[in-house]
Ligand binder design. Structure first.
Ligand SMILES: Cc1cc2nc3c(=O)[nH]c(=O)nc-3n(C[C@H](O)[C@H](O)[C@H](O)COP(=O)(O)OP(=O)(O)OC[C@H]3O[C@@H](n4cnc5c(N)ncnc54)[C@H](O)[C@@H]3O)c2cc1C
Length: 374
């Protein structure tokens, strides 16, 4: 048996050794910027800083990019898309269905992408700009001057939390959890989606608080999914099966299911604060997805671009106070549309359990109607 003194000596040696090893390791992994999460927000931020010559590390929890998504990317922002970004179909119209299946058409300009391929292409672009990416490396802890992940640590002057709706960065900062919509989606082959059209169905019986979507991925395939915000009698997966099997359009949805995904997105609007000393929040971790439509790719990319530019300035002038400009600039771009959408979200919560109310109020609540903007 070990004596108490030997035991204590062993413990002290272990801690000393561990700390020494950590200090040496931290010194060897030294970055200007550490980005948590390799989604669109993180990849764009990282690319911008690396292109300006700074040392950038991305820590990604998973082995590959696999954010669940319907894949719609609007052409409303001026960010250069990589060539191999996985475009599946062009979208020129959104058709929104009321509960009685009457509908309203609105012109759109965007495309549906294979989302993992889209994200991977942004990461590839970041890597070719010099970003170092560590896959299967979830953030475990924020420590003074850096981060810890399984089996290692890294130091960085600036940290960006772009780690999605359930952001570990945010929870380590002690910020409150965001309200989320929960989604389920099938990729279906052997069905005929409307050409170049995204279809949106509002029906309290199948998607309480949210909606069902069909996004074509080709002439005979589509992403068919839904999001819910109210916990009803079923899981999102069960609601989706019910829509496909029982709804009035089920005849159009008798294709073969090739893939199932599930995920969540934030619906509580832009967070109150986006900058915490040298830590910035970008994308879903900052509540940038639209609380009604759920769209968040463009805002994450836009915020990533702004974050990248502000970070470059802060590093160039070695002045972390400049990071506050990220908050000002992003609020100027996103605060008003997200606040309007949050207001609509609160109304939708009131009306979403009854189809009569949805039928009556939908034009005030959905972005393609003129009444939404009044
Ligand atoms: C089913 C579904 C469909 C959607 N469809 C659309 C759509 O058609 N169009 C649209 O615009 N938006 C859509 N969205 C929303 C959109 O996916 C998000 O708004 C967008 O991905 C936000 O980008 P992001 O970079 O902030 O975060 P994400 O894309 O969520 O990326 C976060 C990354 O962080 C990683 N990560 C998480 N935790 C850690 C950790 N501890 N350490 C390291 N890495 C971590 C994750 O693995 C992930 O790669 C959809 C969402 C869902 C759930």
């Amino acid at each position: 048996m070990l004596s108490l003194t030997t035991y204590l000596l062993l413990q002290v040696t272990r801690y000393l050794f561990f700390d020494l090893a950590r200090i040496v390791y931290i010194r060897t992994m030294d970055y200007d910027l550490i980005v948590i999460g390799a989604g669109p927000g993180g990849a764009i931020t990282a690319s911008a800083a690396a292109q300006a010559g700074y040392r950038v590390l991305i820590l990604e929890r998973d082995a590959v990019c696999k954010s669940p998504c319907a894949g719609y990317v609007g052409l409303s922002i001026n960010i250069e898309m990589p060539d191999d970004c996985g475009i599946k179909s062009k979208i020129s119209k959104m058709r929104t269905y009321f509960p009685d299946l009457s509908y309203h058409d609105f012109p759109l300009n965007g495309f549906v992408v294979d989302r993992p391929q889209f994200d991977q292409s942004l990461v590839k672009k970041a890597e070719s700009a010099g970003v170092h990416i560590k896959w299967k490396s979830p953030l475990i802890d924020l420590v003074p001057g850096g981060v810890r992940f399984p089996g290692g640590a890294a130091s960085g002057k600036i940290i960006v939390g772009s780690d999605g709706v359930f952001s570990k960065t945010s929870s380590l900062l002690g910020i409150k959890k965001q309200r989320a919509a929960f989604c389920a989606q099938y990729h279906m082959n052997g069905m005929e989606p409307l050409h170049n059209t995204s279809e949106i169905f509002f029906d309290a019986d199948y998607a309480p608080g949210g909606y069902v979507w069909i996004y074509p991925t080709g002439p005979d395939s589509a992403n068919v999914g839904l999001g819910i915000t109210i916990s009803g009698s079923k899981s999102p997966h069960e609601y989706l099966d019910a829509f496909i099997e029982e709804s009035d359009i089920s005849g159009r949805l008798d294709g073969e299911i090739s893939k199932y995904i599930a995920g969540a997105l934030p619906i509580s609007g832009l967070r109150e604060k986006l900058v915490y000393d040298n830590i910035l929040l970008v994308g879903d971790s900052a509540g940038m997805a639209d609380p009604v439509t759920g769209a968040g790719i463009n805002s994450a990319m836009l915020a990533g671009e702004v974050a990248g530019n502000v970070i470059i300035r802060a590093l160039k002038h070695d002045d972390m106070m400049l990071l506050g400009q990220y908050e000002t600039r992003v609020r100027r771009l996103l605060a008003r549309p997200l606040a309007r959408s949050l207001e609509k979200r609160n109304k939708l919560d009131e009306y979403c359990t009854q189809n009569e109310l949805l039928q009556q109020h939908l034009p005030e609540l959905w972005v393609t109607f003129g009444q939404y903007w009044e």
